[in-house]
Design a protein around this ligand. Structure first.
Ligand SMILES: C[S@@+](CC[C@H](N)C(=O)[O-])C[C@H]1O[C@@H](n2cnc3c(N)ncnc32)[C@H](O)[C@@H]1O
Length: 222
C-alpha cells in the first residue's frame, strides 16, 4: 500500500502504539499500515457510511478484518479510553479536530498519544493543545504536490500553558528539513494578508505580531 507522504509521516509518529483509533479513516490505508508496522489492533472509524464501506473493502483486500475493526461514529463518541493507546485524526480541518478532542476530554488526560494532521488552521490546533495541557512532542512537515502539511504528535497531562511561538509552529518542528520553507510560506501569507488590510486602510495587530515572530525565526532558520 503506497501511503502519501502525509500519511507516512502520521504512521511514523504512531511508532510503538499497540492499539490505535483512526478517526475519519476513509479508506483505512493508515490502519493497514499501522498493523503492518506492528500495532496489535486498530479501529478504523468514520462518521459516514460511504468511507466505512471503502475501509471494509480495503480490509477484505488486505486480509486485515481480524486485526482492524470498522466503527461508525462521530469523532470519539463510540469509544472509551481503554480501547487504545493512540488516537489519530488526519485530513480534517483544524477546527473539526479541536471539536472532536473537546467532546472527548479523556483523550487529553495523558494516557494517549495523539497524532494530528490538520488540513487548515494548524495554529488553532497547537493553541488548543497548549490550553488543554498537551505538549507537542514531535512535529513533521510533509510535502505533497506544492502543499506542506503539518503532522504532530502530542500528549496531554500537563498544566495548561501559552503556546510557544504564538502557536504558529512548534519547537519540535525546528529539526525538520522543510522548516525554513514552511516559515517562508507562512510569512509570505501573513505579509500578503497584512498588505491587503493596509491597502483597505485597516490594521491588524495579530497579523503584525505573527509576522514579527516568523521573521525573527526566519533569521535563525536560514
Ligand atoms: C479527507 S478525509 C481524510 C481521510 C484520511 N484520514 C486521510 O487523512 O487521508 C476526512 C474523513 O473524515 C471523516 N470525518 C469528518 N468528520 C468526522 C467526524 N466528526 N468523526 C469521524 N469522521 C469524520 C469524513 O467522513 C472523511 O472520511
Amino acid at each position: 500500500m503506497n501511503l502519501t507522504p502525509r500519511l507516512q509521516a502520521a504512521a511514523e509518529l504512531c511508532r510503538g502504539a499497540q492499539r490505535v483509533i483512526d478517526v475519519g479513516c476513509d479508506h483505512a490505508h493508515l490502519c493497514v499500515e499501522l498493523v503492518r508496522r506492528g500495532a496489535a489492533f486498530a479501529y478504523a472509524s468514520d462518521v459516514r457510511e460511504g468511507p466505512l464501506r471503502r475501509a471494509q473493502e480495503t480490509l477484505a483486500r488486505c486480509g486485515m478484518e481480524g486485526r482492524i475493526k470498522t466503527v461508525l461514529c462521530d469523532g470519539l463518541r463510540g469509544f472509551t479510553p481503554d480501547r487504545a493507546d493512540a488516537v489519530v485524526i488526519c485530513g480534517m480541518g483544524g477546527d473539526t479536530i479541536c471539536q472532536i478532542l473537546r467532546e472527548s476530554p479523556w483523550v487529553l488526560a495523558g494516557r494517549h498519544r495523539l497524532v494530528l494532521q490538520p488540513m487548515t488552521r494548524s495554529e488553532t490546533v497547537r493553541r488548543f493543545l497548549a490550553h488543554s495541557g498537551c505538549t507537542v512532542t514531535e512535529e513533521r512537515l510533509a510535502l505533497e504536490g506544492d502543499r506542506l502539511y503539518c503532522v504532530m504528535a502530542a500528549r496531554g497531562g500537563c498544566a495548561p500553558y501559552e503556546p510557544e511561538n504564538g502557536g504558529l509552529f512548534s519547537d519540535a518542528m525546528r529539526q525538520d528539513p522543510l522548516f525554513s520553507q514552511y516559515l517562508n510560506r507562512l510569512a509570505g501569507r501573513c505579509r500578503a494578508a497584512l498588505e491587503g488590510r493596509q491597502s483597505a486602510g485597516l490594521d491588524d495587530g495579530g497579523l503584525r505580531e505573527a509576522l514579527a515572530i516568523l521573521q525573527k525565526e526566519e533569521r535563525y532558520a536560514t
